[in-house]
Design a protein around this ligand. Structure first.
Ligand code: HSE
Length: 404
């Protein structure tokens, strides 16, 4: 019997208990031993709930019980999760977590403690929910040099953008609906401003490139400024707007960014809709590999956490080596990245045509019925730096979206 403790009985925590209860026999067979939930930690009481008999309010009860070999941290947020996880590891207990804030901020330190203690710090559920992506990067893809990771890593924003495209809704209505359906938090900032995707790409990139990618140094732009009219232009261009998180190694330099992009219908990420996530990995020898599935949600995320518990139970006294150095990876700014841009303008195209042509030679002008007082244009490939400089020569700029 392997005793575990679950820290946090919220959405994912209750999912973990449900999955373990539902599949206890097969989980036990796969782990080689029965997994028993000895404690659930939460500040709240749950009278009549299945966890009532194992509920504790004091973390020290768990910490001081040597029979607890694995701690599941599903509280979210950096504190007190970091303190509890660090204490657990130092006490020789393996930790499995879905907490991307914790992993992005303290991942290398916590892995290093686990290594020294000969135990494990596992975090498959922190990126892409049920999608296996961390384990493949750490094992199946280790023979190759990873050159690029690009993905839709946030289900909330992908749902909002999909609804805007399918229903013609403005951003606020799509966000409100996402909140009603439980796809978006009451405070949606981390999702809609791209911070959640930023942490996830930092985790994947750190594992892929072997050094710590500091999420605070990643250029990050969210989707809150995308409008229904932008989506009309996107459709006219045969594109979808997607919040992409990406990192790339090119000619000795590393780049990373999170921003909304116009994705053409021929791109594999174009048809990733709703709350689904997809992650596209490109390696020097393997070429493209793509991972797709439920990127969030109670049971999909819980299944990824419990799979880590199974792995931890199979390796109770053996560290599964993960290479994520504490040394920071230097990121190069995005100003020299070259791409086309879509720009939205107010006014009439005839009045601005010459100035636009002077700034962006060969720009393609376009209009949509839904924007009678404005128009758009698409530039040829240009660096971010040049684009921003040349844009200053124009008046009436309402927004811009990069092309993937
Ligand atoms: N808010 C996150 C998302 C949850 O929408 O992807 C999963 O990390």
């Amino acid at each position: 019997m392997t005793d575990i403790a679950v820290l946090g009985y919220g959405t994912v925590g209750s999912g973990v208990v449900e999955v373990i209860d539902k599949n206890s026999k097969s989980i036990g067979m796969k782990a080689g031993d029965e997994i028993r939930i000895k404690y659930v930690l939460d500040l709240r009481d749950f009278p009549g709930d299945r966890v009532e008999s194992v509920l504790v309010h004091d973390f020290d009860v768990i910490l001081s019980d040597p029979s607890v070999r694995i701690v599941v941290e599903v509280m979210g947020g950096v504190e007190p999760a970091y303190t509890f996880v660090k204490k657990s590891l130092l006490a020789g207990k393996s930790v499995c977590t879905s907490n991307k804030e914790l992993v992005a901020k303290h991942g290398p330190e916590l892995i290093s403690i686990a290594r020294k203690k000969g135990i494990n710090f596992l975090f498959e559920a922190s990126v892409g929910g049920a999608i296996p992506v961390i384990r493949p990067i750490n094992s199946s893809l280790t023979a190759d040099a990873i050159l690029q990771i690009k993905g839709i890593l946030n289900g909330t924003t992908n749902y909002i953008l999909t609804q805007m495209a399918d229903e013609g809704w403005e951003f606020d209505k799509a966000l409100e609906t996402a909140q009603k359906l439980g796809y978006a938090e009451r405070d949606p900032e981390a999702d809609i401003e791209g911070y959640d995707a930023c942490r996830k790409i930092a985790i994947l990139s750190s594992l892929a490139y072997g050094r710590n990618v500091d999420f605070e140094k990643i250029y990050t732009e969210g989707i809150s400024k995308i409008t229904a009219t932008d989506i009309c232009y996107a459709k006219k261009l045969g594109c979808a707007v997607k919040l992409l998180a990406s990192s790339e190694y090119d000619d000795g330099k590393y780049y990373a960014m999170v921003a909304p992009f116009l994705v053409r219908s021929t791109h594999p990420l174009y048809s990733v809709n709703g709350v689904y996530n997809a992650i596209f990995v490109n390696g020097e020898s393997i070429g493209d590999v793509m991972f797709y599935g439920s990127g969030a949600g109670k049971l999909p995320t819980a299944c990824a956490v419990v799979a880590d518990v199974v792995d931890a139970a199979k390796h109770l006294d053996k560290h599964i080596y993960t290479f994520w150095s504490e040394e920071d990876l230097e990121l190069t700014g995005i100003e020299n990245a070259t791409r086309s841009f879509f720009v939205r303008m107010s006014g009439k195209p005839e009045e601005q045509k010459d100035r636009i042509e002077a700034a962006f030679a060969g720009a393609q002008m376009l209009t949509v019925d839904e924007d009678p007082d404005g128009f758009g244009f698409v530039t040829g490939p240009v660096t971010e730096k040049e684009f921003n400089e040349r844009l200053k020569d124009l008046t009436g700029v309402k927004g811009r979206i990069r092309f993937e």
